[in-house]
Write a protein that binds this ligand. Structure first.
Ligand code: ATP
Length: 923
């Protein structure tokens, strides 16, 4: 009996649902099932619990389930006795905890993840949340989102149990704006003809609840004014009532399909700190669109309750079609499709849906996509779930997510110390890449994969050229497969605990493998715009661990060398012997027919330079004096120095081959060889029109040099032809002018954190540049490449971009672009009013300081007091008033009041010596 009981509970435990525990796990029900007395069953159950075979929950009623079956099916439990289900749930591992209501939105962890973060930021704002504006084309899900927001508020007790939810669509009142205003704000008796009694409006109805104003741009001037009063002061006035204001406490959400630049919206959005932009259907990736199609089909199945067999072609066409009315129109197209099929096959057990049931417009719009990747047929019936459909669809994506989870769990279990789990993480990453590279269907040569690989290969080459490194050959494939298989999905989890883990791990990886981390970051940045990728921290972590393992090697920049000779095999046999002797493939050979012209040879060589990396120079050994002149046929804009040597023989080739490997400049190589054998040679440097370039460098490594070059690139006017190259400091310092870049480019100067002292190339420290002490130097270097006006803009952009990252790091809810624009205005006004010029260093400080200040004020965070304000005011009242005046735009736009203590701090920033944090430290 005891055995049978245990085995029965074991089988049932697999179906256990912690959220709705079945009666079946109680002594009472089990006694009924086994037809014995309840006491007998209780006795056995307790025995089994003592033996640690069953878990007991001492709630009312008491539940028992099978420990091992539970551990296997769900998660590992530490004990066999618990007081409540809640206690058990607390042991649930991080990644299996419940999803919140927003997970009902398709795309909640992909294209909508940022939107949901913003919604939560608005909702959890202290003292009743912040208003938010939701923008997006028709049918992108604005109303749907707000309905969920309301449910979410109820679930999280942000509003009371019976709190109201009021929706007003302003577009419905297009012909009667007064009616709209009265419906929103209410009116008092006599406010207009027909107003026979006082009446509440939507604002009052939504008090203590949620108010949703759709198509808000339709409000007329009066309505707008009333709305602004509410946003600024939290009160409304009914129509016809000017004296009495009614305080309203409602969580307000607005939506509009209108362009934000329109005149009403610009004044309006200044008062609405959070703007949430929903992507159009086409901006969502294919996986997400397919998920939407699945969910709508599933909903139709649930309505008609007849299995639906949908062909892959239908799924493909629905997924790829573009709809003006976005998700809303996709949803109704699915409805029409199912209705067409259903009415035709009313009597069939299964309704088969083929392309003939689709609305015609879809067929017309999607012709082009018929040949592309086609889905498999899907049967929707009582066993179908959305989760299973989407899971089946992307085993690789799932595999990537599983690795993410394992890595984070491992890291967490090792007390968040990378050094304790480095090996385990590497093994996990290796396993993931093995799976992605070798266990996925390689036959299916997906166009996207081919495109990805091609682009990533080019990016690697670009990286190799600028950093003088060489990546392991497999890295290109590994990276392409990874990005392809993980799909367009991005993984930005919401759980703060997981985000904390990711943040910690990313920081530690960056510290432990700085070079790999920087290369990965740079490669991803370069790929991002072309490949339409959303990069997450986990991508950087995984790829940095992988690249670290594959490791990259430093390329010794040796020039390419070729031998050109007349005759059937002259060149190739010399190259052959020399390469064998040198034990390395140094030379390539060009065997030429006897009647070839020098011009044809030149063309061959140019063709070679186009297909090979000759950025370290090219050495050409030729067999006839006349051929030495071939360079005349090279176009003027060759970009690499070329040495041409005459009378090639095997000893000459061997001697040159040896010199080539010594990491010397071309000139030094020739000089050395010439000491051994008399030589006839010519060196051709790129002539005129060399492209102008700046070099950035940093003592701490190429990562920072790249950041500096980024900063400069971003700040350059778009028309400027200047190139910027990040460089290893040590390399510049060791090789000096011999570094190839100086012969290939016209290097105007070096900007960085340490001077490599290169003769003839001026140096400017980043700190001097940012502080403005020496920014005129940069202007002088750039005289030839840009006009004075452009130069000025460059300097301003530089300071702005330099500050941007810090502002991004410092503010959480403000729109960074907007707040920076506001600070720009503040500084401009201040310069005018106080007749001062704010230097670069102070600009940087003000960008950050004022942005944080606004955020603190909006968030009602405590503001520091300023000691000695009175004394300061006595002697500096004029300047303090001027600063106050310059703040008026910010005060108006953000509806905040800048306290006197803050004005005093700004005074300090402007007129006291700045805290000497240097630009280098900031980097
Ligand atoms: N993320 C989503 N996941 C699942 N269904 C969605 C999602 N977004 C929108 N929908 C569905 O799409 C339909 C259209 O959405 P909704 O009416 O909210 O769009 P809207 O932006 O308010 O449109 P309009 O501006 O035309 O009023 C809704 O029926 C909703 O069920």
């Amino acid at each position: 009996m005891k055995k049978r009981l245990l085995s029965y509970i074991e089988n049932q435990t697999a179906f256990l649902n912690l959220d709705a525990l079945d009666e079946l796990f109680t002594a009472k029900k089990l006694a009924e099932i086994f037809g014995v007395k309840r006491n007998t069953i209780s006795h056995y159950l307790n025995q089994l619990n003592d033996e640690e075979k069953l878990v007991k929950i001492n709630s009312r009623p008491v539940y028992y389930f099978h420990k091992a079956a539970f551990d296997q099916q769900f998660f590992h439990l530490k004990y066999t006795n618990y007081q409540s289900i809640k206690e058990i749930k607390e042991e649930q591992p991080l990644f299996e905890q419940e999803k919140d209501l927003f997970s009902l939105l398709i795309g909640y962890n992909q294209s909508l993840s940022r939107c949901i973060e913003q919604v939560k930021a608005a909702l959890f704002y202290p003292e009743g949340g912040l208003p938010a504006l939701i923008t997006g084309d028709s049918g992108t899900g604005k109303s749907f989102l707000v309905k969920l927001i309301y449910q979410y508020c109820l679930e999280n007790e942000l509003i009371g149990e019976n709190a109201p939810f009021v929706t007003i669509n302003c577009a419905q009142y297009a012909n009667n704006p007064e009616l709209l205003t009265s419906n929103l704000f209410g009116y008092v008796k006599g406010a207009f003809t027909g107003a026979q009694e006082d009446r509440k409006g939507a604002f009052e109805a939504a008090n203590n609840g949620v108010l949703f104003l759709d198509e808000v741009h339709r409000l007329n001037a009066e309505g707008q004014e009333k709305l602004f009063t509410f946003l600024d002061q939290g009160v409304i006035h009914r129509m016809g009532e000017t004296n009495q204001s009614i305080p309203i406490n409602t969580r307000i959400f607005f939506a509009t399909t209108e362009n934000l630049e329109s005149s009403f919206l610009t004044t309006f959005i200044r008062r609405v700190p959070i703007q949430i932009e929903l992507p159009s259907l086409m901006e969502r990736n294919r996986t997400e669109r397919l998920e939407l199609v699945y969910s709508f089909l599933l909903a139709e199945y649930n309505k008609i309750r007849r299995p639906l067999k949908v062909t892959g072609q239908v799924l493909t066409l629905l997924t790829n079609a573009s709809f003006k009315g976005n998700i809303g129109e996709l949803k109704s197209s699915v409805k029409v499709t199912v209705a067409n099929a259903f009415s035709e096959q009313k009597k069939n057990d299964t309704v088969k849906i083929t392309i003939y049931h689709l609305p015609e417009a879809i067929l017309n719009a999607s012709n082009a996509s018929i040949q592309s990747f086609v889905q498999k047929d899907v049967l929707f019936d009582e066993h179908t779930t959305l989760e299973q459909l989407t899971k089946n669809n992307q085993p690789q994506q799932q595999r990537v997510l599983t690795s993410f989870e394992r890595i984070l769990t491992e890291f967490q279990q090792n007390n968040e110390h990378l050094e304790n789990c480095e090996e385990q993480l590497k093994t996990e990453v290796d396993r993931l890449f093995d799976f992605l590279l070798f266990e996925t269907d390689r036959q299916q040569k997906h166009e996207t994969l081919i495109y990805l690989t091609q682009y990533i290969r080019d990016t690697f080459k670009q990286m190799e050229a600028s950093y003088q490194i060489r990546f392991d050959g497999n890295s290109v494939y590994a990276m392409s497969y990874y990005l392809f298989q993980r799909g367009n999905s991005r993984w930005f989890p919401e759980d703060p605990q997981i985000n904390h883990l990711i943040y910690q791990l990313e920081q530690q990886i960056e510290q432990a493998y700085p070079a790999s981390f920087h290369y990965v970051k740079r490669i991803l940045e370069l790929c991002q715009p072309k490949l339409d990728l959303e990069i997450s921290s986990m991508d950087k972590i995984i790829l940095a661990i992988y690249l670290k393992r594959a490791d990259w090697t430093k390329e010794i920049g040796i020039p390419k060398a070729i031998i050109v000779a007349h005759g059937y095999a002259t060149a190739s046999s010399i190259a052959n012997v020399a390469n064998r002797f040198l034990n390395k493939d140094i030379f390539e050979s060009f065997d030429m027919s006897l009647d070839v012209t020098p011009q044809q040879i030149a063309e061959e060589i140019l063709d070679y330079t186009e297909h090979n990396d000759v950025s370290n120079g090219l050495v050409i050994l030729v067999d006839m004096g006349s051929l030495k002149e071939i360079y005349q046929y090279f176009p003027k804009q060759i970009t690499t120095p070329i040495v041409i040597m005459n009378n090639v023989t095997t000893p000459l080739a061997i001697s040159m081959g040896e010199q080539l490997q010594k990491d010397l400049s071309l000139q030094q190589m020739v000089d050395q060889s010439a000491q051994q054998t008399p030589l006839d040679w010519e060196i051709v440097y790129p002539e005129t029109n060399k492209i102008k370039a700046l070099i950035t460098t940093c003592l701490t490594g190429i990562g920072t040099a790249t950041q500096i070059s980024h900063l400069l690139e971003k700040s350059l006017p778009s028309s400027c032809p200047l190139k910027i190259f990040p460089y290893e400091y040590q390399l510049l310092k060791d090789k000096k002018q011999n570094e190839t870049i100086f012969s290939m480019y016209d290097c105007l100067g070096i900007i960085g954190t340490a001077n490599p002292h290169i003769e003839g190339v001026p140096y400017l420290s980043l700190e001097e540049l940012i502080s403005g002490k020496e920014s005129h130097q940069l202007s002088e270097w750039l005289l030839d490449v840009m006009e004075a006006e452009e130069n000025k803009r460059f300097n301003e952009n530089l300071i702005r971009n330099f500050s941007l990252e810090k502002v991004i790091d410092s503010v959480t809810i403000l729109d960074t672009e907007k707040v920076m624009r506001e600070v720009d205005l503040f500084m401009r006004d201040l310069e005018q009013i106080a007749d001062i010029t704010i230097n670069n260093a102070k600009r940087v400080a003000l960008y950050v300081h004022v942005s944080c200040l606004i955020e603190r004020l909006i968030r009602n965070m405590p503001i520091d007091t300023y000691e000695g304000y009175e004394q300061l005011y006595q002697c500096q009242s004029k300047t303090l008033e001027q600063i106050k005046m310059a703040f008026s735009v910010i005060e108006k736009d953000y509806s905040v009041k800048i306290p006197d203590s803050e004005i005093a701090y700004i005074f300090d920033v402007l007129f006291e010596n700045l805290d000497e944090t240097t630009a280098d430290e900031e980097f």
